[in-house]
Design a protein. Structure first.
Length: 449
């Protein structure tokens, strides 16, 4: 569905500028059965006719809809087969050590779909690896090269656009230092194959640099995304506006947690004056301000007014519109299933498979409809005492909450945290406390019930 022309067509349909969509074949509109069913639903909603010039079917009859689904199933099957063939061809090309696509790398030019060594750039590659054995830091290497003047590789795309020629970053240097093409290898799906192009470096030097990188590794949120950090994606630098990232390092067998500016990590530690901040101290400062806020009488009174006003407005119009869309999709799915059951031979394997898919889809739609219906019929009867009790309940249980739950509460309450050397500025969400109150009051009702 992510096609500019198709998105433009959808916008014109919603603006009621189109009465009929004409295609040469059904698969010219979409080869995805799911995407096509969404488009057909859109056509029905805005009363737009659909015509295929070379394929005759009538979507108003059960046989016509079945024919359309069969055509789409074969179109999707063909798309998947083409994808498998492309992947197999790419694997075979990699095994033969040939160029498998992608942008040219520093030290190589692409000539007749083959890697050719660029002698001038190859000297720079060798210098980068030599610096890696001396300085042992990607950021320091990038700063050295940027000060000397070299820029990243310049190349022209097939469309004629010039790319590259930018300053080096730590990430770019790391990519160069870990690229096996420089020792005459082609890597595909994690497997290295002997390449047909000559090597620029010796395998011994390449492995020596790999060992340096492994020993010099510092854990960041991108490398170890599963590590927990309470303020992940919430903290920004007051100096440069960049995200402040969680990071970890080890010293003498002890692990240290801290937050550091992303600009320093990516472009060099001299690019931003914000020092690395101890994680424990920063998290404690944010939590203390949050707990002080929810106990303040003015905040409790403001939250009560917001919750009371929200309880008087009735269901959210967006929720009602979403509920109506789900009900319409459920009706269309039911009609499609009925049309299959009306066939002379509803026990065929293809029909059975399609019926199972439609049945699963109806179950999923029913679950979503029940959830939204419960949300639209729920009424709020909280008073000031209940809100006060709910907010006061959060403070004593905070210490026993799981860290992930604490982080979720902070994300609900806090929009952003801006930090400098001596200041922590927290901007709270306008409706964050109301959401917390709704959850706490609903939990209280369940426990009392």
């Amino acid at each position: 569905m992510d096609r500019p022309a198709l998105n433009s067509l959808i916008e014109d349909i919603k603006a009621r500028k189109i009465d009929c969509v004409v295609v040469y074949k059904v698969d010219r509109l979409s080869r995805s059965l799911l995407d096509f069913s969404r488009l057909i639903s859109l056509f029905d909603e805005y009363h737009v006719s659909f015509v295929s010039v070379t394929q005759q079917f009538n979507t108003t009859t059960s046989m016509g809809r079945l024919t359309l689904n069969i055509l789409l199933s074969f179109a999707q099957f063909e798309r998947e087969i083409i994808g498998e063939r492309i992947r197999d061809k790419k694997l075979l090309t990699a095994r033969q050590g040939k160029y498998i696509g992608g942008q040219p790398k520093l030290g190589f030019d692409i000539v007749d779909r083959r890697y050719a060594v660029n002698e001038t750039e190859a000297k720079l590659v060798k210098r980068i690896f030599k610096l890696a054995t001396q300085q042992q830091s990607c950021l320091k290497i990038a700063e050295t090269l940027n000060a000397e003047g070299p820029r990243s590789k310049v190349f022209t795309t097939k469309t004629g656009k010039t790319m590259g020629g930018k300053h080096y970053t730590g990430r770019l240097i790391h990519n160069i230092l870990t690229d096996a093409k420089y020792i005459g290898k082609i890597v595909h799906k994690g497997q290295a194959y002997d390449a047909e192009h000559p090597a620029i470096l010796s395998p011994e030097l390449f492995e020596q640099v790999r060992d340096v990188l492994r020993s010099n590794r510092v854990s960041t949120h991108k490398r170890e995304i599963r590590r927990f950090a309470m303020l992940r994606r919430l903290v920004h630098c007051s100096h440069c506006g960049s995200l402040v990232m969680p990071a970890w390092t080890n010293n003498n067998g002890r692990q240290y947690r801290y937050y550091t500016c992303a600009k320093k990590v990516k472009t060099g530690y001299g690019k931003c004056s914000l020092p690395s901040l101890p994680a424990g101290e920063l998290e404690k400062a944010v939590i203390d301000q949050m707990r002080s806020l929810i106990r303040h009488p003015d905040v409790i009174a403001h939250t009560y007014r917001k919750v009371w006003a929200g309880s008087q407005t009735g269901p959210d119009p967006e929720v009602l519109a979403q509920l109506e869309d789900l009900r319409q999709s459920r009706h269309q799915t039911y009609q499609a299933a009925r049309s299959l059951l009306d066939l002379k031979d509803p026990d065929g394997p293809l029909v059975k498979s399609e019926l199972k898919r439609l049945n699963d889809q109806m179950k999923s739609l029913d679950d979503s409809i029940r959830t939204l219906e419960a949300a639209t019929t729920r009424t709020s009867t909280v008073d000031l005492a209940e809100i006060t009790q709910a907010l006061h309940r959060l403070d004593p249980i905070w210490e026993v909450l799981y860290p992930e739950e604490q982080s979720r509460i902070l994300e609900l309450l806090i929009e952003t945290v801006r930090v400098s050397e001596n200041n922590v500025d927290i901007r709270f969400r306008t409706n964050g406390i109301e959401k917390i109150v709704e959850e706490l009051t609903s939990q209280g009702e369940r426990s009392n019930g």
